[in-house]
Write a protein that binds this ligand. Structure first.
Ligand SMILES: [Zn+2]
Length: 189
C-alpha cells in the first residue's frame, strides 16, 4: 500500500529520522535524518516503512475528453479558432509542460448557427473550453459556463467590459460581440 502525503517538499527539506523511515528514491540520508533530494510530494510506504519523493515534473497534465481547459486564442483562420492551452481546470497550479494547441471549429462554438467566427472570438481572448477530442485537441465552447472569460478590444487592445449581452471597450467605446461565458469578467478561471 502506497500512502501519498500531500506534503510538497523542496530539496533539502527534512522528512523524518532514519529510525522512522528507510530512505527511498528522491531522498537522501544524512546524520540519521532523511531529506528530500528533489522537488515533489512525499510518499510513505507504511509496510516497508520507507519514504520516497514523487517528482512533480514526472507527470505533466495531459488534457482528456471532458476536461475544462483555459487558453488564449492565438489565431482565427476561417472556420477554426486556435487556442494555446495554458491550464487544465482542477490542476491550475500545474503548468502544462509543453504548451498544447487546441482548436475550436465554428460548429462547436455554441448551440446556434455561427456565420463568422470573428463575431465569437478575438485574437488574444482568454477562453474556457471543454475538450471533445483529446487526440486532435478539439475544443467546444457550447455551454453557459464556456466561452471567452476575458476579451480585448480589436482596435486598442483594452480589456472589454460586459454590457448586457455585448462587450464594450471602456477606452474607445467600441462595441464588440463574443461567445462569452456567463461569468465573463469575474476574474474566475
Ligand atoms: Zn478600444
Amino acid at each position: 500500500m502506497q500512502e501519498t502525503k500531500s506534503d510538497f517538499v523542496l530539496p533539502g527539506d527534512f522528512i523524518g529520522t532514519s529510525e522512522e523511515f528507510l530512505p527511498g528514491s528522491g531522498t537522501y540520508e544524512a546524520d540519521g535524518n532523511v531529506y528530500a533530494a528533489t522537488v515533489g510530494t512525499v510518499q510513505v510506504n507504511p509496510k516497508e516503512k520507507s519514504v520516497s519523493i514523487l517528482p512533480r515534473t514526472d507527470v505533466p497534465p495531459i488534457p482528456k475528453v471532458g476536461d475544462i481547459v483555459i487558453g488564449r486564442v492565438s489565431d482565427i483562420k476561417g472556420s477554426i479558432a486556435l487556442v494555446d492551452i495554458a491550464r487544465i481546470k482542477g490542476q491550475e497550479d500545474r503548468e502544462i509542460a509543453t504548451p498544447e494547441q487546441g482548436a475550436i471549429h465554428i460548429s462547436n462554438v455554441k448551440n446556434a448557427y455561427v456565420r463568422d467566427l470573428t463575431y465569437e472570438f478575438g485574437y488574444q481572448d482568454i477562453v474556457r473550453a471543454k475538450v471533445i477530442d483529446a487526440k486532435t485537441l478539439r475544443l467546444s465552447t457550447d455551454g453557459r459556463d464556456l466561452g471567452a472569460i476575458k476579451a480585448f478590444c480589436s482596435k486598442c487592445t483594452t480589456a472589454l467590459k460586459r454590457k448586457d449581452d455585448k462587450l464594450e471597450c471602456p477606452k474607445c467605446k467600441r462595441m464588440e460581440t463574443r461567445k462569452i461565458a456567463e461569468d465573463y469578467g469575474s476574474g474566475t478561471v
